[in-house]
Design a protein around this ligand. Structure first.
Ligand code: ATP
Ligand code: AH0
Length: 359
């Protein structure tokens, strides 16, 4: 018997803090997945800087808490997510609302995304599932990454072994073996360090096309120092907070050399990640904003010794994939199906994540 199909909207505002991706899919929360529409809504600089402030304030927190600066920002972000739903302009049965991560501390027993699901449900008149990570952490998981389960569902017909690499603010890898095995974990900074560096050194939000780094030279000594970290050897499951890595090691370099060195570092973290999988993937499909950086893509191919291609090469939309994944998870929540898994984020058993807010 076939399951009911839902029209589901997913809303993702990632660790790059650049805006909201919204996607509409038709799905049963299992193998039937039909992407229908997608839009992005960029944050203006005032919102970005407010989020950066909250992320820094959250660093010192012992636990998620209310109060300044989080409550005002949460209200503002909820309104912007409502706007994103309006911009998408589609009716839906359910919204999967990720929220803006301000801190991710599974080692302290919590992960913290802000945004108010109950208010979003009232304003959009659509039921909302939010807080999709906390139950996983409560069950002993990392709370991230979650998307690999969606990659598995989307990649059913693709050849194995296969790698899917997300280059957002933070990077994460999904490895699908030919025997049905799956290994997934955060790899290191995606674009976060490159973004942080060029914002301070060149006054731009990101290194468009890798052009700043392309004019510089990689400082091998600095790179070697940055790579000398026990974290890379640690077996999965593992996940990262956006601020777990910093640009401190490149201080003193020119804008171009620093960008080149941080781009090489990011590529090396992918090569190191591939050491954790038992078979080299036939190819690495790249999603997230980093696939728009040709220098980063070339460096990954060279340093990891692997064919690299954007996910568009298999017909996926790399700007919408995360939002689609949270739409799919919201439907799984409604159907009582798990949204996170021991082989991915490491909970003791499959977990149904999320909190449902009725419109
Ligand atoms: N044309 C481009 N050239 C270089 N880099 C780009 C380009 N376009 C986007 N990016 C990079 O992609 C980033 C945004 O990526 P994405 O939207 O996948 O992040 P996210 O959704 O916040 O990530 P996360 O997976 O951490 O949640 C930008 O901050 C920038 O670094
Ligand atoms: C805590 C948090 O927001 N983590 C994000 C972040 O961005 C990329 C990487 O770090 C990944 O672990 C996760 O997002 C994706 C969507 C995931 O859960 O699969």
């Amino acid at each position: 018997m076939s399951s009911r199909l839902y029209r589901a909207i997913g809303l993702m505002s990632g660790t790059s803090m650049d805006g909201i991706d919204a996607a509409l899919i038709e799905t049963d929360g299992e193998a039937h997945i039909q992407p229908l529409a997608a839009i992005s809504l960029d944050y203006d600089e005032a919102v970005r800087s407010e989020i950066r402030g909250a992320v820094e304030a959250a660093l010192a927190a012992d636990a998620p808490r209310r109060g300044a600066p989080f409550d005002a920002l949460a209200r503002r972000l909820t309104l912007l997510h409502t706007e994103a739903v309006k911009k998408l302009g589609e009716q839906a049965d359910i919204i999967g609302f990720h929220g803006q991560t301000v801190a991710h501390r599974p080692d302290r027993g919590w992960t913290w995304q802000i945004g108010d699901g109950a208010v979003l449900a009232q304003l959009t008149r659509i039921d909302v599932v939010d807080d999709l990570r906390s139950a996983d952490v409560a069950a002993g998981g990392e709370g991230a990454p979650l998307l690999p389960a969606y990659h598995r569902a989307r990649a059913e017909a693709l050849g194995r072994p296969l790698g899917v690499l997300n280059l957002g603010g933070v990077g994460n890898l999904t490895w699908l073996g030919d025997d049905g095995a799956l290994i997934a974990f955060d790899t290191g900074p995606g674009n976060a360090l490159i973004d942080d560096w060029v914002r301070v050194m060149s006054g731009v939000p990101y290194d468009d096309g890798g052009r700043i780094a392309g004019a510089g030279a990689v400082h091998q000594d600095v790179l070697a120092n940055m790579l000398d970290l026990e974290w890379f050897d640690r077996p999965p499951p593992k996940s990262l907070d956006r601020l777990d890595f910093s640009t401190g090691a490149t201080r003193g370099l020119s804008a171009a050399d620093g960008a080149a060195t941080l781009t090489a570092f990011t590529a090396e973290t992918v090569a190191l990640a591939l050491a954790h999988v038992p078979q080299r993937p036939q190819r690495l499909l790249v999603t997230g904003g980093g696939r728009h950086n040709p220098l980063l893509m070339r460096m990954i191919a060279a340093r990891a010794g692997i064919d690299v291609a954007p996910v568009e090469s298999v017909g996926w939309n790399g700007d919408a994939l995360e939002a689609e994944g949270f739409a799919w998870m919201a439907v799984r929540h409604l159907r009582g199906l798990p949204t996170s898994f021991p082989e991915i984020s490491g909970p003791s058993e499959p977990v149904i994540g999320g909190t449902l807010h009725r419109a």
